[in-house]
Design a protein around this ligand. Sequence first.
Ligand SMILES: [Zn+2]
Ligand SMILES: [Zn+2]
Length: 457
Amino acid sequence: MTNIRNLSAIIILALFSSSIAAGQSGLDQQVDRELPALVTTYKMLHTNPELSHREAKTSAYLASQLRSYGYEVTEGVGKYDRPEWKGYGVVALMKNGQGPTVLVRTDIDALPVEEKTGLPYASQIRTKNDTGQEVGVMHACGHDIHMTCLLGTARVLSQNKDRWHGTLLLICQPAEETIDGARAMMNDGLYSRFPKPDYALALHDNADLEAGKVAYCPGYSLASSTSVDITIRGMGGHGSKPEATRDPIVVAAQVVLALQTIVSRQNSPLDPAVVTVGSIHGGTRYNIIPDEVHLQLTVRAYREEVRQMILASIDRIAKGTAAAAGIPDRLAPIVTVSDTEVTPATYNDPGLIERVVSAVGRAIGAENVVKAPPVMGSEDFGRFAMEGHQIPACMIWLGAVDPAKVAKSKQEGTQLPSLHSSLFAPLPEPTIRTGVKAMSSAVIDLMSGDSRSAGTR
Ligand SMILES: [Zn+2]
Ligand SMILES: [Zn+2]
């Protein structure tokens, strides 16, 4: 009896895995069929990048493609604080019976970088930025790869509706580079006008990893980012008469150095954090002590408590240093924490990423899925998880570099062009193939059965 039961269990298991294998090879063939058109789309998007807050054509193109695949598409989703910026977010819905709601996100904006890759489809676009300065525009962060992968995933899933059940919520998010696009979409009622997701997924290309591979980092994988302005006010005067002034330049220099003690002396070494002063401006001439100096800082951290501790320390150090220099209270430094240039950390829900990664491993080969360390860079994808990581979310890294180039750089100890570099040139075909396979398989896995247990809420 036991043997017969074992035997039938083996047969059921064998049938189950062979049906998974058959499903996978069908999916592979479909992706291969879509690939030439997707590569053409990628090159077109790459040649025509648009800066953050101005993604009009990109957004319209994505909306029309998604509509043609049968999605219910809403355009113009996103509300910024600045009324002159229009929200170019796109939401594409496909309802397919009972099941979880899964959000898949791509970002759509490009950077003010002049492309120097020399590729036949390199961007030649030039435009004026918000301050009127002429700049080149380039998809130097690979958001064109992300858009193409989302379109491929959308297409494959629309052709395989028997393999998943629930609601697909595909979102094309503007203004990731300025980290205000996700917030703009949330402010425009993303989760009240459209179904609130049970899971949120995204991918980002990786400039160190071979095309054909995927990397993942459970838990905190990208840091929160907060911009802070400090205006140090003194009492200006003649450069030859310091006794009649309160010199804000010297105070600023002391503040910059004292800020370095926050991470080294006030923060636990087990909590990663960064305080960088990226800009310092004051004064006009050799012999004038100015009235003011302006500092611009970026603060990076994983845990919210750490971020709050750092912000409080910045305020205390700036004000305390100014007081020690004899600057009166009425001229105390003004410390402003931006409420727009701020984004939470990206936290990859451990249960969800485990499940996603095993589905991706079955699709592209477990040997092509590797673990990656966390980084202190930032993304605004974390916004879609809501405060306190209410919605299990994860972002995987998509290898984008020619494997021969990765091998050469390792051998010679040279650096590959990073994301945001004018030389960043993803290898289109294997990158897009892997991205579409990985994301489609992850979604199918989450929507093909009882996926309620995937996230560790
Ligand atoms: Zn970027
Ligand atoms: Zn990016």
